[in-house]
Design a protein around this ligand. Structure first.
Ligand SMILES: Cc1cc2nc3c(=O)[nH]c(=O)nc-3n(C[C@H](O)[C@H](O)[C@H](O)COP(=O)(O)OP(=O)(O)OC[C@H]3O[C@@H](n4cnc5c(N)ncnc54)[C@H](O)[C@@H]3O)c2cc1C
Length: 394
């Protein structure tokens, strides 16, 4: 029988944002990840990670850490989502972290925030239990960064909506039970013409056109999905019709912050391995870590990680305290993901030829990390959001 930990708000604060309770949850989830998931990391690169991971994580109470108990969640604060993302990095599989976080941090928060009671019962409760798997459909073959240019349409027909179009690069798309779908309900408008729908993937007219081969994140599946005359009832409209862009912009802040956490925690894991390697590997009669240039690289990376972590934690604190910290979440995602990519590169360098070999897991981290500078908004879009926020108000 699975033991589920409940939050205790009176717990001692052990750091800037975490309490004893967060640390205890991190320890128990990390132990589970190391015992039940990490041993399969290699195998899942070839096969993708299996659906039972969701069910098992749901059974242990890890999927609904920050969601209310009435829906089967643990009722914890926002910091628990950071704890979960950090713990998952111990599997050494970016694809696993990505697939789980799409479900927990990209689909479930807007479903809870904007969903009706009926939608929460039908989708959120089984998602928290790990009985339903979700995916998020924003990007299309012809529109990624320019979200308002999407062409997938939903048209009213009787009491229903009929959806036509396609979505691209959808994580969990090949296995999901439902998709949180972003469509145009008013095709002549840009931002004000968008709406969100919850669409069952088994609905007639929904098909996975192909699963895509990619550079990294091999343990996750990435699909192109086609919608042909898909009939969806009105009660599956999520949030307000015409407000979809604003709802999804709200979602993107959480997505960017969890992207920052996954990147920084992933970089930390890679650095830990590299320190161990650098002290064990000898050249010219001493551990390579004792060459000043290597020691300085290690110091530089540790500093980057600490800076990225503190920016991310400080932004999480703003979230937890009700602030809509778009600029800071954007900065955290930009800074943490760029740092993580640089760190993975340096760690390969310190491993020498072994870093290039698959068995050390460093080259995998390097390939996996690269996604974070594209998914959830590219570096260029992050810079644009930050830059625009700096213009003087006139
Ligand atoms: C492995 C993987 C998983 C993904 N998972 C999902 C998912 O689950 N759901 C989902 O909806 N999407 C997903 N995506 C899509 C991802 O969010 C998009 O790839 C990303 O937003 C970029 O869009 P794009 O690929 O269309 O690039 P484009 O928007 O075509 O951009 C191409 C280039 O132009 C630059 N550019 C574009 N606009 C500007 C501008 N205004 N100023 C400066 N430069 C600009 C970009 O930065 C980029 O360098 C995933 C992608 C990958 C690779």
């Amino acid at each position: 029988m699975a033991t589920v930990q409940k939050p205790d708000y009176a717990g001692r604060r052990t750091g800037f944002i975490f309490t004893d309770e967060h640390d205890a949850l991190r320890d128990s989830m990390t132990a589970w990840v190391i015992k039940e998931l990490a041993p399969h990391a290699e195998e899942w690169e070839e096969t993708r990670f299996p659906d039972w991971v969701f069910r098992r994580a749901g059974e242990l109470g890890f999927l609904g850490l920050c969601l209310p108990e009435e829906y089967g969640g643990q009722g914890g604060d926002y910091y628990y989502s950071l704890v979960r993302a950090e713990a998952l990095t111990h599997a050494g599989s970016g694809g696993l972290s990505l697939g789980v976080s799409v479900h927990t941090d990209m689909v479930m928060p807007p479903l809870h925030e904007f969903g009706t009671e009926d939608q929460r019962q039908r989708y959120l409760v089984p998602s928290i239990a790990g009985e339903l798997i979700s995916c998020l459909g924003i990007s299309e073959p012809g529109a990624g960064s320019d979200v308002a240019a999407i062409r997938t349409r939903a048209v009213r027909s009787g009491g229903d909506w009929v959806i036509n179009g396609s979505k691209m690069f959808i994580t969990n798309g090949a296995r999901a039970d439902y998709i949180l779908l972003v469509v145009k309900t008013r095709p002549d408008e840009r931002h004000k013409g968008m709406s969100l729908f919850l669409v069952d993937m088994k609905s007639p007219g929904v098909s996975v056109s192909r699963t895509l081969k990619k550079m990294g994140m091999h343990a996750s599946d990435t699909a192109e999905i086609t919608f042909e005359d898909v009939r969806v009832p009105d009660e599956n409209l999520l949030g307000e019709e015409g407000r979809g862009f604003y709802h999804i912009s709200w979602e993107l802040q959480g997505e960017r912050l969890v992207g920052a956490v996954m990147a920084v925690a992933g970089a930390e894991r890679v650095l830990e391995k590299t320190i161990e390697y650098a002290y064990g590997r000898h050249a010219f009669g001493r551990p390579v870590a004792e060459f000043q240039s290597i020691r300085h690289k290690l110091a530089q990376m540790a500093t980057q990680i600490e800076a990225a972590k503190q920016l991310t934690y400080a932004t999480a604190w703003r979230f937890q305290n009700g602030e809509y910290a778009v600029r800071e979440a954007t900065m955290a995602k930009l800074f943490a993901t760029q740092a993580a990519c640089e760190i993975a590169d340096q760690c390969i360098q310190i491993h020498g030829g072994y870093g290039y070999m698959q068995e050390y897991g460093i080259e995998r981290a390097y390939r996996d990390m690269r996604l974070y500078r594209i998914g959830g908004g590219t570096d260029e879009i992050m810079l644009d959001v930050i830059g625009r926020s700096m213009a003087p108000r006139r």
